[in-house]
Design a protein around this ligand. Structure first.
Ligand code: BGC
Length: 726
């Protein structure tokens, strides 16, 4: 009500109906009208934070403050005005949605839209104007502590999945803020590492999802990254922000720093930044209460404007962008009020969680486990009970509830006798440091082995968690193997009970020396409020798994391209790093160099099986402006209903530049009843087969022969087709 009155006043004060220039949009006219009434000081004030998560409005004119919140898996608990403590409100518990890796693994853009709508509604109900997410940094190394917040290793998959999320959020009059633009692909030295990457890899691998977010998703804000690119911090970067984002992609929204990502007033003013947010009150390293005036885009900026060193048009451009963000969000009188913790949101969270689970191994039909049988099930592992909405850094959530895997199993397997042992212990969650567990590791292991001995079935819930040096912001994993001696524990369990299945809860690939000794394996990510229910849905067979891996699981770390090239490639020498693998990231590397992965990008099993047949294109040769129309008949030849993802990869043999053998260019998910079949169509614009020509600084479609690989994983191809581009 209050906000309606305020906005009503603004409308009255500025007389928005007055037509000032014929060729301006209504919104631009409003912006100009407001801008003309602002003092220089007021414009500068809008360009920087006034608290940890807000930037000021213009009180005398009734222009509201902008309120932001992390993102991306739910709306974060309220944080104090000036420090990072939680404000301990009692009305800020929310629905926790699955991590973006799980969302990406669904390969289902419709679910991404539903996720966006739901999380946007919660943000709106919590009075937020900007939701800090989603993240689309590319999965380059399995050690990156923040991979769980991103959408995998493939630019097309991330692009297709990010667009509906943004649209869903923004339908609520809440801005999505796509992050971290760009090349923040590791946490080690994230604040200063200078990323050296070829223009081709930049444009072909690392930028497409951001570009899709801007051009197709029409995202209203974007967050700069902490790291440097070509010697300049990404939060004020001439190439990334001025040239690519604002000029080439015509981004009309607001660039927000990552917290404390600004380092210089002149650069911040001139190289594309609009709003400076911070971790400390001076922007960088220390805090004095309410000293946001020390920010780079505060007093120092004002001084440079007053002295004429920087032209007023610079701050006008920022103010226009910020006003545009406001007119789309907190000055949009018709936006909804949002809602929170409602059944529909829980249903979306559970649906994404169940559909994101990827079944990786299923010998002897270990899964599904029949809930009607009177089995003794030993549930082992700390992740069976650990809360995973807590920890991980800024994406931490205050969930209204979180169903653990053990609770989910108990609820669904009521006829079974459920035994439980922790098996290992990781220590409590603490940001930026590791606290060892107080438990005796040997005692826990022995207890778990004893428990496993007496069971019909062992279900092991392990993996990583949200502690520092695991799946957590601010640090990378220290090694590829499972932590807390889980490998030894798994060996010991498998030695006493052969009927063992593993559910990995992690946002990253891990080494699996025990893989041969276990029967079943599921990748279950961080699944949010209904995690345990969703896991039980799949284990019981109530839901047929249909998730596909959004990134490759290499056998060993050196098989991953970033690591193959040694320390200068990852993590760098603390000042610079070089992406020596170029465009050959993830499966592109494995497929091109013939390195067998443990599990391939796009791979995932089902309780049924599918045949892909009658795979054809509408023509054999195309021109640059054409669309390739591919059709494929998919048959569910098992006894269970299920879904399959048809994937089309394209390669250009004999290309004049180094190219991956195959790259994902289209996919579609199809749901099929047992025994039924359907013909699906996948369209690929020929222009999307282009590579980035560095000399021309433009995309170029090479003429000649191409190969289309159609299958259900990057390494499982049912048919190859040749086409020509003339
Ligand atoms: C993170 C951002 C986050 C921000 C605010 C930063 O440290 O990198 O992703 O949105 O903090 O919490």
């Amino acid at each position: 009500m209050k906000s309606k009155i305020i906005v009503g006043l603004i409308l009255a004060v500025f007389g928005f109906n007055t037509i000032t220039a014929q060729n301006m949009s209504e919104m631009d006219k409003k912006i100009e009208k407001i801008l003309s009434q602002l003092t220089l000081e007021e414009k500068v004030a809008m360009c920087h934070a006034q608290s940890k998560f807000s930037s000021p409005g213009v009180p005398r004119l009734g222009i509201p403050e902008i309120w932001m919140s992390d993102g991306p898996h739910g709306v974060r608990g309220e944080i104090n005005w000036d420090n990072w403590g939680y404000a301990n409100w009692t009305n800020d518990s929310i629905t926790a949605f699955p991590a973006l890796t799980a969302l990406a693994a669904t390969f289902n853009p419709e679910l991404s839209y539903q996720y966006g709508v739901a999380v946007g509604e919660e943000a709106r109900y919590r009075r937020k104007d900007v939701l800090l997410g989603p993240g689309v940094n590319i999965y380059r190394t399995p050690l990156n502590g923040r991979n769980f917040e991103y959408m995998g290793e493939d630019p097309l998959l991330a692009s297709v999945m990010v667009v509906p999320y943004i649209k869903g959020v923004q339908e609520n009059g809440v801005a999505a803020c796509v992050k971290h633009y760009a090349l923040n692909n590791q946490e080690e030295w994230r604040g200063h590492i200078n990323v050296n990457v070829s223009d081709r890899a930049l444009h072909e691998i690392y930028l497409p999802a951001f570009k899709a977010a801007v051009e197709e998703g029409k995202v209203w804000s974007i967050m700069g990254a902490y790291n440097k690119f070509r010697g300049q911090h990404c939060c004020h970067n001439e190439i990334l922000l001025n040239k690519i984002l604002k000029e080439d992609w015509n981004f009309d929204g607001t660039v927000i720093t990552d917290w404390g990502g600004a380092h210089d007033t002149r650069e911040a003013a001139l190289y594309g930044l609009d709003i400076e947010m911070g971790t400390w009150t001076n922007g960088l390293t220390s805090s004095v209460d309410l000293m946001y005036e020390n920010y780079f885009l505060a007093k120092p900026f004002l001084k440079m404007l007053q002295s004429g060193e920087i032209d007023e048009s610079v701050v006008d451009d920022k103010a226009r962008r910020i006003l545009r963000l406001m007119l789309r969000t907190n000055m949009n009188m018709s936006r909804s009020t949002g809602r929170m913790n409602n059944q529909e949101h829980h249903d979306v969270a559970r649906a994404v969680a169940a559909e994101g689970i990827v079944m990786l191994k299923n010998n002897d039909e270990f899964f599904p486990i029949d809930p009607e049988k009177q089995l003794t099930i030993a549930v082992i592992g700390e992740n069976a009970t650990r809360r995973m909405t807590v920890g991980g850094g800024s994406s931490e959530l205050k969930a209204q509830y979180e169903i653990s895997p053990l609770e989910g199993i108990k609820a669904r397997f009521q006829k079974a006798r459920i035994l439980h042992a922790m098996g290992y212990a990781s220590g409590p969650s603490a940001y930026g440091r590791e606290i060892p567990s107080k438990y005796d590791a040997e005692l826990l292991r022995n207890e778990a082995v004893e428990t496993a001995k007496n069971a019909d079935v062992v279900l092991y819930f392990g993996g990583l968690n949200k502690n520092h040096f695991q799946d957590c912001e601010g640090g990378d994993r220290k090694s590829y193997e499972l932590p807390f001696e889980q490998n030894e524990l798994l060996d010991a369990l498998a030695a006493v009970n052969k009927n063992i299945g593993v559910v990995l809860i992690s946002g990253n690939a891990v080494e699996m020396p025990w893989l041969e000794n276990i029967k079943g394996l599921m990748q279950a990510w961080y699944l949010g409020s209904d995690a345990g229910y969703a896991i039980a849905d799949v284990i019981s067979g109530d839901k047929n798994p249909s998730g596909k891996l959004p990134f490759t699981f290499p056998v060993k770390l050196e098989d991953n391209a970033a690591h193959y090239f040694g320390e200068l490639s990852y993590p760098g020498d603390s000042i610079d790093q070089y992406y020596k693998e170029g465009t050959l990231v993830g499966y592109r590397w494995h497929e091109t160099k013939n390195i067998e992965p443990q599990f391939a990008f796009g791979y995932g099993l089902s309780y049924t099986s599918f045949d892909l047949s009658d795979i054809n294109t509408d023509k054999k040769s195309y021109e640059t402006g054409d669309k390739i129309v591919l059709s494929c008949s998919v048959k569910n030849r098992g006894e269970k209903d299920g879904s399959e993802v048809v994937q089309v990869y394209v390669g250009k043999p004999g290309s004049k530049v180094e190219r991956a053998v195959k790259e994902l260019k289209g996919f579609t998910k199809v749901e099929l009843k047992s025994g039924s079949s359907e013909t699906v169509g996948i369209d690929i614009d020929v222009k999307n087969l282009a590579y980035y020509n560095t000399e021309k600084a433009d995309w170029e479609v090479e003429k000649g022969e191409y190969i289309l690989y159609v299958g259900n994983a990057s390494n499982q191809i049912s048919k190859k087709l040749k086409i020509r581009i003339d």
